[in-house]
Design a protein around this ligand. Structure first.
Ligand SMILES: Cc1cc2nc3c(=O)[nH]c(=O)nc-3n(C[C@H](O)[C@H](O)[C@H](O)COP(=O)(O)O)c2cc1C
Length: 314
């Protein structure tokens, strides 16, 4: 049963991934990386693939429209040590979809299959694909899509149980994990590993995917933002049936550590600005946090974060 930090563009940078790993994420995934950008040797693209140290079990997620683009990107992967390569077939953003990448691949299972084939043949890595229920309600083709992926050599599948049209709204439709598991029974040697994504906000949500839906692993996405503790809590729940929540002191200490790692990476100016939304999530629901949030919304240095957070202990 694998606990995974999901790919989250704008969040799962190397600082967050390091913190999540320290709190028990067994696998992490980069933010989605453009195969085209990689093929063109863009420095910005390569920065997304860095990690702080070897303790992190890192998967590279690539997005792109066709096998040729992936083929051109592959030569840039020499010297990296990724756990596996994951293909993004779920991103609903128009800018990505209109190039034929992300969830547009759901409309072209054959193209997705060709991409998997090229990655398998040319990298020797494990290959996985993350996809949705379908393009929209009229086209719920995830089972056929999954079959095509596995026929072409996919080792692992992650289903995000929403359609492209749903975006991130509404509830994930968990009943589809039962259908996916029936199509790929756990005791069959040809079955890929199956991972669940969608509405994992508590350790209990993750527990249910593993126990009630018989998944091999679960991805923590929005529920892990400002809450790396969820990995440890879920581990404890699985192991001994209960878990302890972090104290406010621990939340604040980890937030400041996260900020320190981000500063290390981006510099104080950019990190302080980028971390504001994450900081809010770390102290969500903490008593007396509204005044602190107001100060954090303009904080632009480590010291300003520290000063604002002190007020939680007054
Ligand atoms: C801000 C944001 C960025 C995301 N970026 C990616 C991405 O780069 N690649 C990807 O496959 N999914 C991405 N996702 C989807 C998540 O990995 C996950 O599948 C989705 O949020 C459903 O899980 P949840 O309901 O538990 O949040 C993103 C989601 C959000 C909210």
């Amino acid at each position: 049963m694998t606990l995974i930090l999901a790919p989250l563009a704008g969040y799962t940078d190397k600082a967050f991934r390091k913190i999540a790993t320290d709190y028990g994420a067994e696998e992490t995934v980069t933010e989605m990386v453009s195969a085209e950008g990689l093929a063109r040797e863009s420095a910005k693209t390569e920065a997304l693939m860095e990690r702080f140290d070897e303790s992190e079990n890192l998967t590279l997620q690539l997005f792109g429209p066709d096998a040729d683009t992936f083929h051109r990107a592959i030569r840039m992967l020499k010297g990296y040590d990724f756990k596996k390569i994951d293909i993004n077939a779920g991103c609903p953003v128009p800018k990505v979809v209109k190039t034929g990448a992300g969830s547009a691949l759901m409309k072209n299972p054959k193209t997705a299959g060709e991409i998997i084939h090229v990655l398998k043949e040319e990298t020797g890595s494990k290959v996985s694909i993350k996809f949705r229920l379908g393009w929209d309600e009229e086209n719920l083709n995830y089972l056929d899509f999954a079959e095509e992926a596995v026929r072409n050599g996919a080792d692992e599948l992650t289903l995000h149980a929403r359609t492209r049209s749903q975006g991130y709204s509404g509830q994930a439709r968990k009943e589809h994990f039962t259908h996916l598991r029936s199509r790929f029974p756990k005791d069959e040697s040809t079955s890929p590993l199956l991972y669940a994504s969608g509405d994992v906000f508590t350790p209990e949500d993750a527990f249910s995917y593993l126990k009630d839906y018989n998944m091999d692993g679960v991805m923590f996405a929005r529920g892990a933002i400002g809450n790396p503790f969820i990995f440890k809590e879920t581990g404890e729940l699985l192991e001994k049936g209960s878990y302890e929540e972090p104290s406010i002191r621990e939340r604040v200490d980890v937030l400041l550590r996260h900020l320190t790692l981000a500063i290390d990476y981006y510099g104080e100016n950019i990190a302080s600005r980028e971390m504001r939304k994450v900081a809010m999530a770390y102290i969500k629901g903490v008593k007396g946090s509204s005044r602190v949030k107001l100060l954090l919304s303009t904080a632009s240095s480590y010291t300003e974060y520290e000063e604002a957070l002190k007020l939680l202990f007054d």
